[in-house]
Design a protein around this ligand. Structure first.
Ligand SMILES: *Cc1c(COP(=O)(O)O)cnc(C)c1O
Length: 376
């Protein structure tokens, strides 16, 4: 029997090649052209007023903290409340800007627990980074309220949330955050090769993000190329980064976006099949996604005792699972930072991400559940 991978991108090859070919035909693969097109499409799809295409979500997280730190004059004492149960990009961004991470606990949704966040707020607290784990939304609305009440910036790491929408309004989750960052990394649910998006709610920050993602230069090469003759003069006002995305990556994500709703619906269909067939196993806890959303369903996570053995046994049956994530506060680099992470510590030992992507079928879900049932 063939192997089942935990995550795997699906590309519409001919359609994607046609988008890429346009870049090669006109001789433009860089910033501008398809990156602008994708930004427009992304704004239309999500309702974000501004969107700037980047080479990764990691760059977006770094950029968000860089911009807020400058804007508000945060010092290295400034505390950023974050989750430990995330990909290290989320928290590295805090250290990269010489700010202080503080780890709050998560609740059963595996997203930040509002009670834990409240406990950790003090006069040094400046911002909260919320991660919608696996496409879930947890108590996001309560966290938004807490940030409002305490004058804190709310950054949404939406790396898993492309297409996660509120059921009542049909709107993408996060239009009320102070900055939202998406990932189009290859195994995320709206894949490119590697890319990301940063969405600020106002023009001033969007303009700054554009400048800083291109080394602090005030005009893009595409602007200079587009204005008839190539204008070689430019000004550099800030110390920026090489974070902007390119047209090839944008061409790939343009096609992924066309199918995003359809693909997410298929993910939810598989997740529902898992839900139904796992119900009868009392030894398996399922991480529920909120009823208030249509989840992007980037991940399907369960909790089991004796996790490592189960992952190994599943692999013997050709079923390859993942773990999202190892608690960041336990990594050497995060030693010594404040952490209220009791639930994170206990749940992280039990988590398994089961295979969920567009190349598996309901029959594959049946095979995973049968194998899992036999083991537990
Ligand atoms: C993947 C991921 C990132 C980083 O995304 P890249 O586009 O690969 O830089 C950030 N946060 C979370 C939660 C992720 O899963």
């Amino acid at each position: 029997m063939s192997n089942i991978q935990v995550l795997r991108p699906k590309y519409r090859v001919e359609e994607t090649l046609a988008e890429i070919k346009e870049c090669l035909d006109i001789g433009w693969t860089g910033l501008g052209f398809k990156t602008q097109k994708f930004e427009e499409e992304w704004k239309k799809y999500t309702g974000h007023q501004f969107a700037h295409f980047l080479n990764s979500a990691t760059s977006g997280l770094n950029l968000a903290l860089n911009i807020f730190k400058k804007k508000f004059g945060w010092t290295s004492e400034a505390e950023i409340i974050s989750t430990s149960l995330t990909f290290v990009s989320t928290n590295h961004a805090i250290l990269n800007e010489q700010l202080t991470p503080v780890f709050a606990d998560v609740d059963a949704s595996l997203c930040l627990d509002p009670e834990s966040v409240k406990k950790l707020i003090n006069s040094r607290t400046k911002a909260v980074i919320f991660v919608g784990l696996g496409g879930n939304v947890g108590e996001y609305k309560k966290i938004r309220k807490i940030c409002d009440d305490h004058g804190l910036i709310l950054i949404l790491d939406a790396a898993h949330m492309a297409g996660t929408k509120w059921k009542d309004t049909g709107k993408q989750v996060g239009d009320d955050a102070d900055c939202v960052i998406y990932s189009y990394q290859a195994v995320k649910n709206c894949p490119s090769s590697d890319a990301g998006m940063i969405c600020f709610p106002n023009e001033e920050e969007d303009t700054l993000a554009r400048k800083l993602s291109w080394l602090g230069i005030d005009k893009t090469t595409f602007d200079r190329f587009n204005n008839g003759s190539y204008k070689w003069k430019y000004e550099v006002s800030d110390l920026g980064f090489k974070y902007h995305g390119n047209s090839i990556a944008a061409a790939i994500s343009l096609v992924s976006l066309r199918y995003l709703d359809e693909d997410n619906a298929y993910r939810r269909h598989l997740a529902a099949a898992y839900d139904r067939s796992l119900e009868k196993f009392s030894a398996i806890g399922v991480v529920k996604h909120s009823d208030a959303i249509e989840s992007s369903r980037h991940l399907y996570q369960i909790c089991v005792e004796d996790r490592d053995r189960i992952v190994e046994m599943l692999a013997k049956d050709g079923i390859h699972c993942g773990v999202h994530y190892l608690p960041n506060h336990k990594f050497k680099i995060y030693e010594g930072y404040k952490a209220d992470a009791q639930y994170v510590e206990s749940v992280a030992e039990k988590l398994i991400s089961l295979p969920l992507h567009l190349s598996i079928t309901e029959a594959d879900v049946g095979r995973v559940v049968a194998s899992l049932g036999k083991i537990v």
